[in-house]
Write a protein that binds this ligand. Sequence first.
Ligand SMILES: NC(=O)c1ccc[n+]([C@@H]2O[C@H](COP(=O)([O-])OP(=O)(O)OC[C@H]3O[C@@H](n4cnc5c(N)ncnc54)[C@H](OP(=O)(O)O)[C@@H]3O)[C@@H](O)[C@H]2O)c1
Length: 330
Amino acid sequence: MKAAIYTRYGPPEVLQIVELPRPEPGPGEVQIRVSYTTASAGDARVRGFNLPRPIFWVPGRLMLGVFQPRYRLLGVELSGVVEKIGEGVDKFAVGDEVFAHPGLKKGRGGYAEFIVMGQDETVAKKPTNLTLEESVCLPFGGLTAIYFLKKLGKITQGQRVLVVGASGSVGSAAVQVAKHFGAHVTGVCSTANVELVRSLGADEVIDYKTESYTESGGPYDLVFDAVGATRFARCKRVMAERGVYLAAVMGAAEIFQMLWTPIFGKRRVKSGVSEDTREDLLLVKELAESGEFVPVKDSVFGFEQIVDAHRRVDEWRKRGSVVVRVGDAG
Ligand SMILES: NC(=O)c1ccc[n+]([C@@H]2O[C@H](COP(=O)([O-])OP(=O)(O)OC[C@H]3O[C@@H](n4cnc5c(N)ncnc54)[C@H](OP(=O)(O)O)[C@@H]3O)[C@@H](O)[C@H]2O)c1
């Protein structure tokens, strides 16, 4: 099968298309013919070993491979069609259209024509109202937004939520997920993305090019920095007395603050690595089907143009998802 691999860390050009053996499903597993994947911020960071903060350099290398990547396949999210099922599979049938978040584990990913996943992993039938091309835009942003807002932030109805970086993959999902939970949402983005963020349901939009979101506004119960653009210390002034600062991008400062804010002061800092579960993917599907979570597509590239897709992500200016067409279906 055709696959895009990287054998050393570096710029988008390290990605190369090669032939790999097709994985076969074992008991409880499904083989998916991949139609679409994305060039996500997660894939781009791992490819370039571009970790958000220097503190993670050593643990990052130990996890991903010290001298070269331990796993050569990327593609944290995908959509496609079930091609084969293993013994005992009862959640899926051949021909089902699915979307999935295999993540960066186990040396497999969406950058290949076929992938095998366990039926209980983060894979589900795609939203019925969306195409495969649209569905692939949801898992990475949606699961991250649910993890931070619901699991860490314990978001509740009527809360005031500030989403910084509201036009990215995670931020655009966060605006919509927060609205689903009944929050009053303020999105922060640049001038070019104000209309997009408003169209996603944000009650208020702050253009960070012309207005400061850390000097006035709020008070916010939750501040979700979805792109690592600000700091807890800067946002304190606009946070509610018992507000929570959620950092999608964690560094030494956030680790320290996570330890001391529960002991001293009333405002908290929380961060972590998003957990992807099938249950949350089913919530993503439900929100998409009810029209509460719409995909935001930045651009679509062919598989042969995967290097260009990664170049677009490396600009850190994409709006929603950069889609990569892998197969012919959909
Ligand atoms: N902790 C976790 O588990 C976890 C999980 C997933 C992702 N992440 C991290 O979350 C981050 C965001 O991921 P993503 O996929 O959403 O990235 P992305 O889509 O590539 O983000 C691009 C967006 O960021 C916005 N942006 C750039 N600088 C900004 C600034 N100073 N203020 C406000 N917005 C700004 C850009 O909008 P403008 O052009 O309008 O500025 C653009 O729309 C990444 O660093 C990723 O590694 C963490």
